[in-house]
Design a protein. Structure first.
Length: 212
């Protein structure tokens, strides 16, 4: 018996409770990644932009940060240097979604989400893999890709290739691959600029030599 007359919980029960709480916390964190802007931590509102790492942002906030040149100061956003580094997402609204935070509700179901797959109606809540087609910005689920095999975009019917798909809020391994791809592209661009500069310098030197 405990000091208050209650039953003293066993150690195994405490461990189970702790693990259950940790799982709930992880689920909440996972769900929030699909509901908030990764830059401002504010609620996602259209227009929503996605970067090449698959992260979600409020486009207006991202644009303001570009103008203020604050993106370069953070490791999380320094890869975003121009508008071509992001894509406005063509998101499908979930018409049954009710934002209880906006409505002042006290009970929030983190599985509920404001966006869904237009093909399968799966909620975009982190429990299902979603892609953005970088060519057009359309967003749809992995299940849609598997169930509806097509050479055209599953939403707009435009150009589509599997290499154009970026996983939204990817796992660590996929994220690492995206970061490596961005770094390699950046290094390639730097080498190209350096080569162009050297060619221009050589051309100017040759021109001066001829004039003399």
């Amino acid at each position: 018996m405990g000091a208050d007359g209650g039953t003293i919980p066993k150690r195994c029960e405490l461990v189970k409770t702790k693990k259950r709480d940790e799982k709930i916390d992880k689920n909440v964190v996972l769900a929030l990644k699909w509901k908030i802007c990764q830059l401002t931590q504010e609620k996602l509102r259209k227009p929503v932009a996605i970067d090449k790492l698959g992260r979600l942002y409020n486009k207006e906030a991202l644009f303001d940060a570009m103008l203020s040149k604050s993106l370069a100061k953070s490791e999380e956003t320094k890869h975003i240097k121009k508008m071509k580094d992001i894509k406005e997402a063509n998101l499908t609204d979930n018409n049954t979604y009710v934002d209880k935070m906006d409505k002042g509700g006290s009970s929030i179901d983190h599985n509920e989400t404001q966006f869904m797959c237009p093909v399968t109606s799966l909620p975009m809540n982190g429990f299902y893999k979603f892609f953005i087609n970088w060519k057009c910005g359309c967003v749809f689920s992995e299940k849609a890709v598997k169930e509806v095999q097509s050479d055209a975009c599953h939403v707009c019917g435009g150009e589509y290739h599997v290499d154009d798909l970026i996983v939204i809020n990817p796992d660590d391994a996929t994220l690492a691959g995206y970061k490596q791809k961005i770094n390699e592209s950046s290094e390639k661009s730097s080498r190209k600029r350096k080569d162009v500069k050297e060619v221009l310098i050589s051309a100017n030197m040759l021109k001066k030599a001829k004039q003399n």
